[in-house]
Design a protein. Structure first.
Length: 252
């Protein structure tokens, strides 16, 4: 089973759950960078219990491919600020004392070792999979696959054929609206859907005991609030086992 996705910065649990159920992960590193998306930012819970973005300084980069994006932070000031913000925001979390020392090393290693956005994001994802004791899928970069396609749907078909895989995993976001699922299936590729957003696991967030649970935060939020063991259970839960969807004429 193959997942095809852009690289996000410190992504949410659903992102890691898709990878946990995939054999291949094709990184779309040669697509256009999109500002105000999740390539360079992610939501966390701050010291006031509100959700907020922490962002890498990348600039606008209109029409620039993701693998050509560099962090605009030559003295590392903004990256150190991200580490301080995470530390302060989760200092009261139940598992902060247990998880932060190792987690902060993972964050610092990726953030400080490169100025390339793709390398930072991929390094974080690989090291977090290891930290969560999740077997990583086979990771490939789309820029290395010599793809030939006219649109996003043909790109997926081309990728699956190159990998000789006939199972494509999509999340319960906008993928089913963007892609021509009938065309994908007509090429002998089975479409699997993972429903994570609609059945998001709820856990206690230390800063939101009075305000109630806030979903879709970085996976770091879950690790520091309930620990990496419980986070792994959420990600690997059979509840999120991808399900085969069949085309019935107009929808799945």
């Amino acid at each position: 089973m193959t997942t095809v996705h852009q690289l996000y910065f410190l992504p949410w649990m659903g992102y890691f759950s898709k990878l946990a159920f995939s054999n291949n992960f094709v990184v779309l590193d040669d697509v256009d960078f999109r500002k105000r998306h999740f390539y360079d930012r992610v939501k966390i819970i701050d010291t006031s219990g509100n959700s907020r973005f922490v962002s890498l300084p990348t600039g606008q980069n209109l029409g620039i491919k993701c693998n050509k994006i560099f962090i605009k932070d030559s003295n590392l000031t903004e990256r150190r600020k991200i580490l301080r913000t995470l530390k302060d925001s989760y200092s009261k979390a139940l598992y902060y004392d247990k998880e932060w020392p190792a987690l902060s090393l993972i964050l610092e290693k990726a953030l400080m070792s490169s100025n390339e956005l793709v390398k930072i994001n991929l390094g974080l994802i690989i090291d977090l999979l290891d930290y969560l004791d999740i077997d990583p899928p086979n990771i490939l970069l789309s820029s290395h696959l010599n793809l030939t396609h006219k649109n996003a749907t043909e790109m997926l078909i081309c990728i699956l054929k190159k990998l000789e895989d006939n199972e494509l995993l999509l999340g319960d976001g906008k993928s089913t609206e963007i892609h021509d699922l009938e065309k994908i299936e007509s090429n002998g590729i089975g479409v699997y859907l993972q429903e994570f957003k609609t059945t998001y696991p709820i856990y206690e967030q230390s800063r939101r005991r009075q305000k109630g649970f806030k979903p879709f935060m970085s996976v770091v939020d879950c690790i520091l609030n309930v620990g990496r063991g419980k986070t792994r259970e959420f990600i690997h839960s059979v509840h999120f086992q991808p399900k085969r969807y069949y085309y019935n004429g107009n929808k799945y």
